[in-house]
Ligand binder design. Structure first.
Ligand code: GDP
Length: 362
């Protein structure tokens, strides 16, 4: 999965953030999962390792990898009852692989707050209640279905039922499914329910320009996230919107004035990428230095398959150098001479940063 769905109450800064994220439009033809939908943004994943590799290899072009953000506007109280086109929005969230929940932590009298005042915890609760109610509905329907099978003596159904009961109780308390401790088997039993509150989640705390530190509102969001196994990324959407309008030199000056090392969007994208359970390997040829996405745990043939299905089908072996070795040895030749280039077979589990070269039969 590659898709993070952006949710949140109206007027919290979702569009501002989404527009900033998708400002760096990237060429669709290089990204097969690319959709042509105004609500979907294909966003390059910032990775400084690409620059370091390019400096050594001096390729004709450098291509980052990418992931998708989906703008899911309009989730409001009552969505689970079908209000405000609620069902459609819940269906859109269901299709995403992770949830990015934007929370307003900035005061601004010019921007109306739909609930009357800036209160991140209560905002989060409004949205999370809808998600939990939708999941409750899903779980109850599943209990009904699976219950019949279990009565008929179906062992698998019995095992499923044994998880659905405590899960229902958990959701009844307004808690997120992801905060329940589940082993891999239990997770597998729940997989096809596509529960919303089981999806990996990050809160984006949209803070004021001076709100990145010493911010009690941000602290409350952090505390809540800790209790439900979620990540928090603070950004100021207003600053990000300004940054994307600037050219690279101007950006640098602006960031220095603000005392920031990089745009907050970079942190959002990287956190989203991790949230999706993804990591990166590289190919480094003179034509192209390129980052590729695989899920954590993918094997070498699966990684080859990301480039082309034929590479996976005909996979023989991979020549692998870690990113660190590649840089330290000044490239592939140096790595080879230093004995740092490994030959790996079909069971090799790809590590983040691996520089790979595939051998395959055609
Ligand atoms: P959405 O409804 O969640 O998509 O919210 P928008 O992105 O449309 O933002 C709603 C309003 O809040 C707009 O007028 C934005 O300019 C403003 N806004 C968004 N982010 C910030 C921020 O970080 N600071 C301030 N002061 N205003 C913001």
């Amino acid at each position: 999965g590659f898709k993070c769905g952006i949710v949140g109450l109206p007027n919290v800064g979702k569009s501002t953030l989404f527009n900033a994220l998708t400002r760096a439009e990237i060429q669709a033809e290089n990204y097969p999962f690319c959709t042509i939908d105004p609500n979907v943004g294909v966003v390059p994943v910032p990775d400084t390792r690409l620059d370091a590799l390019a400096e050594i290899v001096k390729p004709e072009r450098v291509l980052p990898t990418a992931m998708e953000f989906v703008d899911i506007a309009g989730l409001v109280a009552g969505a689970s009852k079908g209000e405000g086109l609620g069902n459609k929005f819940l269906a859109n969230i269901r299709e995403t692989d992770a949830i990015v929940h934007v929370v307003r932590c900035f005061e601004d009298d010019n921007v109306v707050h739909v609930e009357g005042k800036v209160d991140p915890l209560s905002d989060i609760e409004v949205i999370n209640t809808e998600l939990a109610l939708a999941d409750l509905d899903t779980v109850e329907k599943a209990q009904h279905r699976v219950g019949k099978l279990a009565k008929g003596g179906d062992k698998d159904a019995k095992a499923r039922l044994a998880i659905l009961e405590p899960l229902k109780a958990h959701l009844d308390e307004g808690r997120m499914a992801r905060s329940m401790s589940l082993d891999d088997d239990q997770r597998a039993h729940l997989y096809d329910l596509h529960l919303l509150t089981l999806k990996p989640t990050m809160y984006i705390a949209n803070v004021a320009e001076d709100g990145l530190e010493n911010n009690p509102l941000l602290d409350t969001v952090r505390k809540l996230a800790e209790n439900e196994d979620a990540v928090v990324v603070p950004v100021c959407a207003a600053i990000e919107a300004e940054l994307v309008e600037l050219d690279e030199d101007e950006q640098q000056v602006f960031l220095e004035e603000l005392g920031l090392e990089e745009p907050g969007l970079n942190r959002v994208i990287r956190a989203g990428y991790r949230l999706l359970g993804l990591h990166t390997y590289f190919t480094a040829g003179v034509k192209e230095v390129r980052a590729w996405t695989v899920r954590v745990g993918a094997t070498a043939p699966e990684a080859a398959g990301v480039i082309h299905t034929d590479f996976q089908k005909g996979f023989i072996r991979a020549e692998v150098t870690s990113y660190e070795d590649f840089i330290a040895c000044g490239g592939e030749q140096g790595a080879k001479e230093a004995g740092k280039l490994r030959l790996e077979g079909k069971d090799y589990v790809v590590q983040d940063g691996d520089v790979m070269h595939f051998r395959f039969n055609v």
